[in-house]
Design a protein around this ligand. Structure first.
Ligand code: NA7
Length: 558
């Protein structure tokens, strides 16, 4: 079956839903969303592991584009869990009548640009074809599960699961000996909940990491009222801060206060909980000495919480600056190691060698297990795009073009792939932000760009290769100006996936700055992009950003 429409959107998470609404209901285009999952939700459709919860605070984890939607929706907890987020997205889909243009259970396998027709030909795993003018990837950054290639997994006699593909019917862990591999945000959320039901839990830790208590709780009626009455202000803060959350980063530097004041500030932030800890000082992410003070405080908390000294030392022996890797937040993670049924396996001392039919074999021990839970993260940012056979001009493939790392302009488009847009793609702030805020900005920019093309008889838009090259250099320059570059083994660098190019992928200049750059680029006639009319004539843009003059502000861009 071949369907001809104006626009095709891949993915029905936060990004895909809003993109569909914008293209269809604002621009009047015919548009369809193809979604591999059985229902909407994206990340939240798949991530239903024990303890799964959003790390963004709920009052800013929402769309802001519709006042009416904001006024009718109320979150129940400080951090929403998957069921409530799915309910929210369900309400969005109902309100804007989105489901009629979404095909579920439909995986896109290829998207090839047909130059002669100036159309994208998209094929699904069911063999359906879509011929479209505009192609938007709303595939998410963390949707390609990374299951490590450990020898023997196929022979494991028990059950194994990746947290990002958790069975929807749930997994009964009662009475089971569970091995949890991975101590990133996911493993840290899952361990305390698994420990409550499993007979025994072994946490296999490769890299210890910091964590701050989330302090989740039901929202009080007063707070809910405050949210209802202050949507505009919450939005204004979220859209003007570097990471899109509804809290501001303090202007003070660590050296501006006495050690006693600093301690009191950290203690208060510890009590408040959550990602706000990162906002206590302006220079935490740019000054090693400043960061050392936060790191020392957080390591001290681990040592004070965990009773067994050897376990405490293994958990607190952290090798990177605080927040140089994605900082987890938790509910009783370190306390979990005080339980009789929980044990830490320090893989730096005793690495995993193989998986045997009865469990995990490390260098010096056999760990008998009934269930293995892989909380081993994702082939982040590029993985979801490269899992599709995407081919642009001259049948060049994205996999080949990105063999040395992603190449984009503003994280929105790829040179040689006309009319193909990515939402929260590599080269955009994405994973360094509160996602819905980044998503809204992208969707609106893409929608306005397509509107501009249609109003001005422009057939194709794609980045000038030179602008993309400069953008790539800028991404690295920004990362190097922060302490993010001190954790080269993070997934921000693709280091968690063997063979993946080690390139810093997200834009670390901050969401607010990125927003103004994108707005400026559009205002200059899509500076840095090549726009061609139907007759093949190029439309000149005023040159600015296209010359690589993006500016670097040495500040807390993340
Ligand atoms: P992360 O942050 O990538 O964490 C994955 C964890 O799994 C991390 O501790 C890894 O250790 C560990 N890992 C990965 N591969 C292995 C192998 N082969 N052996 C042992 N341990 C391994 O993924 P999450 O799902 O926790 O979080 C992803 C994002 O979701 C998070 O940032 C939030 O935005 C939400 P490593 O540190 O690589 O040594």
């Amino acid at each position: 079956m071949t369907t001809q429409i104006d626009a095709l959107v891949i993915g029905a998470g936060f990004a895909g839903l809003y993109q569909l609404h914008s293209l269809r209901d604002r621009l009047g285009l015919s548009a369809t969303v193809l979604e591999a999952g059985g229902d909407l939700g994206g990340t939240w459709y798949w991530n239903r592991y024990p303890g799964a919860r959003c790390d963004s605070e709920s009052h800013a984890y929402r769309y802001f584009f519709s006042r009416e939607l904001n006024e009718e929706w109320e979150w129940s907890e400080r951090y929403p869990g998957p069921p409530e987020i799915l309910k929210y997205l369900g309400r969005v889909a109902e309100k804007f009548d989105l489901r009629r243009d979404i095909r579920f259970g439909c995986r896109v396998v290829s998207a090839h640009y047909d130059k002669a027709a100036n159309r994208w030909v998209v094929e699904t795993d069911a063999g359906d074809r879509y011929v479209v003018t505009y192609l938007v990837a709303a595939v998410g950054c963390l949707s390609s599960a990374n299951v490590p290639d450990i020898p023997g997994l196929a022979d494991f006699g028990g059950k194994w699961y990746h947290t990002g593909k958790w069975p929807h019917e749930g997994v009964d862990l009662a009475g089971k000996r569970v091995g949890l591999i991975g101590t990133g945000s996911t493993g840290i959320q899952a361990a305390p909940v698994i420990a409550q039901t499993a007979a025994h839990l072994k946490v296999f830790q490769r890299t210890p990491t910091y964590s701050v208590p989330a302090r989740n709780a039901p929202l009080t009626p007063e707070f809910k009222r405050w949210v209802r009455e202050n949507h505009a202000e919450i939005r204004a803060i979220a859209e003007s801060t570097p990471n899109g959350h509804a809290f501001r980063i303090a202007k003070r530097n660590v050296a501006d206060v006495t050690p006693e004041e600093r301690q009191a500030i950290y203690e208060a932030a510890w009590e408040t909980g959550g990602l706000q800890f990162r906002a206590t000082f302006h220079d935490l992410m740019i000054d090693q000495a400043a960061n050392d003070t936060a790191a020392a405080f957080l390591k001290g908390r681990i040592l004070a919480t965990v009773r067994d000294p050897k376990t405490a030392r293994a958990l607190a022996d952290i090798d990177h600056p605080y927040a140089a890797k994605r900082p987890p937040i938790d509910t009783g993670y370190f306390e979990t190691f005080n339980r009789d049924n929980v044990e830490l396996v320090d893989l730096r001392v005793d690495p995993i060698e193989s998986i045997a039919p009865l469990g995990i074999r490390t260098k010096s021990a056999e760990h008998a297990l009934d269930v293995i839970v892989f909380a081993t993260g994702y082939d982040a940012m590029t993985g979801p795009l490269l899992s599709i056979d995407i081919r642009g001009r001259g049948a060049r493939s994205l996999r080949e073009d990105w063999c040395a790392g992603p190449n984009t302009y503003l994280g929105l488009q790829v040179p040689g792939y006309p009319n193909f847009f990515t939402i929260t793609g590599p080269g955009s702030p994405s994973v360094l932000t509160n996602m819905p805020v980044a998503i809204e900005q992208h969707v609106e920019w893409i929608t306005e760009c397509i509107d501009h093309m249609r109003r001005n008889g422009i057939d194709t838009i794609e980045p000038d290769p030179e602008a993309a090259r400069k953008w790539g250099a800028h991404i690295n320059e920004l990362a190097d100006a922060t302490l993010l570059s001190k954790a080269k083994h993070s997934w921000y660098y693709g280091a968690n996936v063997p063979g993946k190019p080690r390139v810093f992928m997200p834009y670390a200049g901050g969401m607010a700055r990125y927003r103004s750059l994108c707005t400026d680029v559009a205002a200059r006639g899509y500076d840095g992009f090549l726009l061609k009319r139907r007759d093949g004539h190029e439309v000149a843009a005023a040159r600015g950003g296209g010359t690589g003059n993006f500016g670097v502000e040495r500040g807390p861009g993340i």
